[in-house]
Design a protein around this ligand. Structure first.
Ligand code: MG
Length: 278
């Protein structure tokens, strides 16, 4: 996806605008979480998100993503709705949520040209204990990754912390080939942020770098495939998956989670990590 493209470092004023995009993402995901109940379709959630974006004067970075020069073939929703064995990139539509489902909702927003991107997995009604635990482990892996980031460190510190958290939690898969990413004037920018340790030297964590960190964890395999719709990625063994994501940056004071309503303060403090936001 990225070649020798340079890493975009943001000035503080630009990061302030990214925070505004992040807050729109946070409030939309909160609204979607409340509405992800049995009987609601993923298309209805998409409609709610569209209205919420418009109310906040923000636009969608998911809608038409990947379209060709003629504007065809792009992603048709403002969110990805991935249910149960669907890992990511599910297309919102007629699928109706049932009690016991897991729905991963990935959502992004653009404010004044700057992007935000985050995801949550929501338990619909009463879910099986192993599915509740999968959700807890995946969210824990995201925060372990964020908590491991320090100015002067490397992206691999984040990747390694995610991997260690998942491995220490039990027998889980970490979906291969899908990673987090830099984000700024585009949704997907270098560097990649893998969810497992990588060989070789990864990018340095410096002030002005903004990253989207997004572990995808399964109850089975690391392997996935794309459905015939050209988008939806499912586990090859049918095991269920969870996905959490936040957009964050590092300031000289600590970490600032731009797609968390409180900037990540509560969770970071719980983890003993300095909060770097205002
Ligand atoms: Mg992302």
């Amino acid at each position: 996806m990225f070649g020798r493209e340079r890493i975009e470092l943001k000035r503080p004023a630009q990061i302030e605008v990214m925070r505004r995009a992040g807050l729109v993402v946070a409030s939309t995901l909160e609204l979607l979480r409340e509405n992800a109940v049995a009987g609601v379709s993923t298309g209805e959630l998409d409609q709610l998100a569209r209205e919420h974006l418009a109310r906040h004067g923000a636009t969608s970075n998911f809608l038409d993503y990947g379209a060709d020069a003629a504007g065809h073939g792009g992603f048709p929703g403002v969110l990805c709705a991935s249910v149960n064995e669907q890992v990511v990139h599910g297309i919102p539509g007629d699928q109706v949520l049932r009690d016991g489902d897991l729905i991963s909702i990935d959502f992004g927003a653009v404010v004044d040209g700057w992007h935000g991107d985050a995801a949550v997995t929501v338990a619909v009604g009463e879910v099986a204990p192993e599915h509740a635990e999968l959700v807890r482990v995946t969210e824990g892996a995201l925060w372990a990754g964020l908590a491991a980031a320090r100015l002067g460190g490397r992206v691999d510190d984040i990747s390694g912390a995610i991997e260690d958290h998942v491995r220490a939690s039990g027998d889980y898969g970490i979906t291969d080939g899908l990673t987090g990413h830099g984000i700024g004037t585009a949704m997907h920018q270098p560097p990649y942020v893998p969810n497992v340790r990588t060989r070789g030297r990864s990018a340095r964590l410096v002030e002005g770098l903004v990253l989207a960190v997004e572990p995808m964890v399964t109850l089975g395999t690391d392997d996935s495939r794309t459905l015939d719709d050209g988008w939806t990625i499912v586990t090859t063994d049918g095991s269920w998956a969870a996905h959490f994501e936040h957009t964050f940056t590092l300031t000289p004071r600590g970490a600032w989670v731009m797609t968390a309503a409180d900037g990540g303060r509560a969770r970071l403090e719980e983890l003993g990590v300095p909060y770097g936001g205002p």
